[in-house]
Design a protein around this ligand. Structure first.
Ligand SMILES: Cc1cc2nc3c(=O)[nH]c(=O)nc-3n(C[C@H](O)[C@H](O)[C@H](O)COP(=O)(O)OP(=O)(O)OC[C@H]3O[C@@H](n4cnc5c(N)ncnc54)[C@H](O)[C@@H]3O)c2cc1C
Length: 363
């Protein structure tokens, strides 16, 4: 959405494609052909530098309550608190308006809770890049946390470096669309879902809460693999945006100041809480390294290679296998309900037909 933010005529709208992901559409009647949208799109300009991390840390928040309420080790929360305590503002992903998942501006520590937790869906950026530029030009310290492509979009939109900006990206293996999430929540919860939560530490549970914060739905993808089709197909990489399968940021070299994720593959020489999660922190710039050291985190230095070996998304994007292509072809042609059938590997009837259908479609 860098193009939407840069457009001087504000004539670019995000419209859903066949799988519900958003794509820019230019209103040609309003367009003045300035080509700014093309110039700043990180997909079109390959000039954004990617840098290899300076080091790696296994880490967790020093405050237990913050640690226990975060997805991995609470690194994102610790960075946000540091910036807010120093008079800055934080932009991150919240599910504050029902299950509409979007990036918001947080200016007080009490609101950091809005950003906690991974939302396994494409977050809506809105006009956040423009708000960030305004804050940066006003001299505020700004922290932006998002997927690598969102960080690349922000850097590209800004068109110059800012000393007062910290950019933190997530190790990311791809995003389903909000359209898909909304239809799923409608189907699985009897009452209207008001808030979704995807996981806490190693508990890969999809939870839906009502407007009085009562949990009205729960499914854990590790224990009941095929109960929740949305979560199951997310984990196995069926429902991502097309661009995720050729993501140039799924790479050991990174586009931000700091990269965070789970420390998969962490050696057992380091004693840590295996149940509630552990952050992998990769400082990439000197400024990022300072942010890490100044935050309220227990840090254990590790070789970068250990993090890269343990986490496939630090090496390569999710491969679009023949089966994934078939799923997407069915989804596009006749809808998600039939496509989901393909992922229930227990379904012998479906499996019997996978190979011949794939052959016919040339996949
Ligand atoms: C779509 C997605 C895919 C991921 N895939 C992997 C993976 O394959 N391997 C891995 O190691 N880690 C992955 N992660 C990262 C991991 O789940 C944690 O988000 C990360 O470790 C931060 O945890 P924390 O405890 O530091 O932060 P928390 O306190 O849990 O905060 C999460 C932070 O992530 C941001 N965020 C949450 N959802 C989104 C979103 N949809 N879009 C943009 N920003 C968001 C919030 O702004 C917040 O700052 C993924 C995250 C997302 C959102």
């Amino acid at each position: 959405m860098a193009c939407v933010n840069i457009c001087p005529k504000q004539c670019i709208e995000m419209k859903p494609g066949k799988l519900g992901h958003l794509y820019p559409a230019v209103n040609q009647n309003e367009c003045i052909d300035c080509k700014l949208c093309h110039k700043i799109c990180p997909e079109n300009n390959g000039s954004l530098s990617l840098n290899y991390p300076l080091t790696a840390y296994a880490a967790w928040h020093k405050v237990e309550s913050d640690y226990l309420t975060s997805t991995s080790g609470g690194a994102a929360t610790a960075f946000a608190q540091y910036v807010l305590r120093n008079g800055g503002v934080v932009y991150g992903c919240a599910s504050s308006k029902g299950i509409h998942i979007e990036h918001v501006r947080v200016a007080s520590e009490a609101d950091v809770v809005l950003l906690k937790g991974s939302k396994y869906v494409q977050s809506f950026i809105g006009d956040v890049y423009r708000q960030i530029r305004q804050d940066l030009n006003g001299g505020l310290m700004v922290l932006f946390i998002g997927t690598p492509c969102q960080c690349a979009g922000l850097r590209s939109f800004l068109r110059k470096g800012y000393e007062n900006l910290y950019c933190v990206d997530l190790i990311c293996h791809g995003v389903p669309s909000q359209e898909l999430l909304k239809s799923h929540v409608g189907k699985v919860s009897m009452k209207r879902g008001e808030l979704v939560q995807f996981r806490k530490g190693n508990d890969m549970g999809l939870r839906i809460f009502d407007n009085e914060n009562r949990q009205i739905y729960y499914s854990n993808v590790w224990y009941e693999r095929f109960k929740d089709a949305y979560y199951n197909t997310f984990i196995d990489g069926y429902t991502y945006r097309d661009s995720c399968y050729r993501c140039r940021y799924a790479n050991p070299s990174r586009c931000s100041d700091v990269t965070i994720g789970d420390f998969w593959g962490l050696g057992d020489d380091l004693e840590h809480d295996n149940v509630n999660g552990c952050s992998c922190i990769l400082p990439v710039t000197e400024k990022g390294a300072e942010l890490v050291k100044n935050s309220e985190l227990e840090l254990h230095e590790r070789p970068v290679d250990e993090a890269v070996r343990g986490n496939a998304q630090l090496r390569t994007p999710k491969a679009e296998t023949g089966r994934i292509k078939l799923f997407r072809a069915i989804y596009r042609a006749i809808g998600i309900k039939r496509a989901y059938l393909l992922c229930e590997t227990d379904n012998i009837f479906v499996l019997k037909f996978v190979k011949p259908v794939k052959r016919r479609l040339g996949l």
